[in-house]
Ligand binder design. Sequence first.
Ligand code: UDP
Length: 482
Amino acid sequence: MVSGPVSEELNFVLIPLLAASHIIPMVDMAKLLAQRGVTVTLVMTPLNAIRFTAVIDRVIGSGLLIRVLELQFPAKEAGLPEGCESADVLPALAFRRNFFAAVDMLQDQAENLLEEMKPKPSCIICDTHIAWIAETADKFQIPRIIFDGMSCFTQLCMHNLYIMKDQNKIPESGIFVIPDLPDRIEVTKAQLPGAFNPGTLCIQDIRDKIRAAEERAYGVVNYGRVWCIGPLSICNNDNLDKSQRGNKASFHKEDSLIKWLDSWQPESVVYACLGSLGCIAVVQFVELALGLEDSGYPFILVIKAGEGQAPIEDWISKNGFEKRTKERGLLIRGWAPKVLILSHPAIGGFLTHCDWNSTLEGIAAGVPVITWPLFSEQFLNERYLVHVLKMGVSVGSQGVMHLGEEKKPEVQVNKEEVTKAIKKVMMGKEKEINDRRKRAKELGQIAEKAVEIDGSSHLTLTLLIRSGKRADRVGYGSVENG
Ligand code: UDP
């Protein structure tokens, strides 16, 4: 399928990793580039494209030059269930290896597409997790820019951790300080991403391949060109864009959601959502739900869709949780219009798993956070929110959930800890809470300013486009959302 118009001008080809949390910021960036007169070609697969049709059609309708080109996703060949085209719909995180195998198989199709593409691509902006793009871009002599969905803070932590790892200096147990950072950041090995703390279902070979492609693009990691653009979520400024971002919201009546939110005092509602990839075991969900209930605050709790959620639904109905809390609790099953909810004045606290999109969305909304990292680099983002930005309180999670272990019947955080962290953010000691809330608001304002005309993100986007114009001379670099 090909949709959208094409012009003979600059053509930026955007290739996201096939996961909601990677496509969402790329689509936002596509809009921003198109608003600045660039033709944007987004490359994805049919079922992913469907999730973004409403948003992209509206952009095309407004006269901007965006089109979507599709690659057929080899789910069956890679041992994935049919229709499984995105990392956030995998039956379990253990299927990640199959998923990356399918992504690898897309190279030939992508190359055919690039060969025939008109106008010729000026540059490719590709997700950092797609390793084959290094070879493909070299083959077609198209400048390649990496899209990296991680924060610069986390990049720096990871860089320093790689040095520690090479020197065998990461202690097996106990707290240690990540060296060479302006802030004192304490972690344990159990809280580090898989590259430093592998589980039994290790995907180190995939990681190494990605890192090798990254290094080839950067030269040396620290010396690459970096364009920090964003927070990208802010480009969704009407309610329709906010509610359709990433997927069709499973909450069909946005009006009634807004009415529900309108019925609460400003800054009184806790919004709890643990992202699109993470699944937690039912025993852990119970602690989250009861912790929210015991806090006494009105709340929205998102329950991810999927077969694996049956035990959670079972508990909800047997325990009577939904009935008992219906006066002040709203359960959203499936895809929640997150940015729409976060931007509502009734939201007073955001309980998040601290992946970078959600982290940035919390910052952009100016809402203090309750942090509950689950896996990957989320503990580093938590440290950033709590210890650097000082806009959050941790629930006290101790270690990452390893691949394939997400349903392990283990309680890492109990309901008392959940309630305590919520209360600390929502009421706490007068001065402490006011400072935290004030800081969150200030950071939200800084984020808004960054994306305004002549703000840092706006100016950086101009530089990125100019680099695309000088395509034959541009070196390689990376784009960061933030
Ligand atoms: N998201 C959403 N509704 C949901 C779940 C997720 O809109 O019910 C969006 C969220 O706003 C963010 C992305 O999906 O933009 C999730 O990305 P993130 O990096 O925070 O977490 P991940 O899903 O990768 O764990």
